[in-house]
Write a protein that binds this ligand. Structure first.
Ligand SMILES: [Zn+2]
Length: 258
């Protein structure tokens, strides 16, 4: 169970969000990648076909069976080999392949350890629209000597984003009911210092159902953070998850099933 002290030690991962024209470009790239990313307009009664709106509703999944070309922009030999080891867990379940020796100019995913002090990734095919000299994933606090449990938790989580998974606490099919006043207060403080808008988009906001192929809320998901009970109606904290859950495995298998 997570205590407040634990959460202060957990660095929150922040989704990389595209804005404006980036979103439209990302939608076109997503549909070029995988026809299943086509927004399902029939499910959106009353919604116009305005490209901005469609971008919000397009999927972000890679083509089934895709060889993802991955490039390290920096990092030590040890950091790189540890990332490769943990990331590869997804490959047991998803019909996807990783090439970690790709050239930068041809890469789909670019990893840095020094872009900033956070850990984050773009979600799924959103990485396709990012300039080739910029990282699409960062591991700001994973060093040569960071313990194995933390490597596993962070690397598997960020590669979950890279494969198109969202944060479990933002699952459109629900799950957590926030004590919103406490959430805003909590994240306004150290170590996050988030504005109300940042807390809303990183924690409270749920994703659109049309945007994603979400499974039902999974309290054991690697995509869920440990939140203290004081932030949640009913007071029950979420679990500290360090590895792929049974439902994480079946979900990714369904998404990339050959
Ligand atoms: Zn995350």
């Amino acid at each position: 169970m997570a205590t407040k002290k634990d959460l202060n030690h957990i660095h929150m991962c922040v989704d990389r969000i595209l804005t404006g024209k980036q979103k439209i470009k990302a939608m076109q790239l997503a549909i070029g990648e995988n026809q299943k990313n086509q927004p399902n307009i029939r499910r959106l009664p009353g919604v116009s076909n305005h490209p901005m709106k469609m971008a919000l509703e397009a999927g972000k999944m890679w083509a089934d069976g895709r060889l993802l070309k991955i490039c390290f922009l920096d990092g030590s030999k040890i950091q790189k080999s540890r990332v490769i080891e943990h990331a590869s867990q997804w490959l047991k379940y998803a019909n996807i392949k990783f090439d970690f020796a790709a050239a930068k100019a041809k890469s789909d995913i670019r990893i840095s350890f020094v872009a900033d002090t956070g850990s984050w990734s773009y979600v799924g095919t959103d990485s396709l629209g990012i300039p080739k000299n910029e990282p699409t994933m960062n591991f700001g606090w994973l060093k040569d000597d960071t313990d194995a449990k933390e490597y596993n938790r962070v690397v598997v989580h960020e590669f979950g984003h890279a494969l198109g998974c969202i944060h479990e606490h933002q699952n459109p099919k629900g799950g957590i009911k926030w004590n919103e006043a406490a959430v805003y207060k909590y994240f306004a403080g150290a170590p996050n210092f988030w504005s109300k808008e940042e807390t809303f988009s990183n924690v409270i906001q749920k994703y659109s159902l049309n945007q994603l192929n979400a499974s039902t809320y999974d309290e054991k998901s690697i995509m869920l953070y440990a939140f203290p009970g004081e932030l949640i109606v009913g007071g029950k904290p979420t679990l500290m998850n360090n590895s792929l859950s049974r439902r994480d495995r079946s979900f990714i298998k369904k998404m990339y099933s050959s």
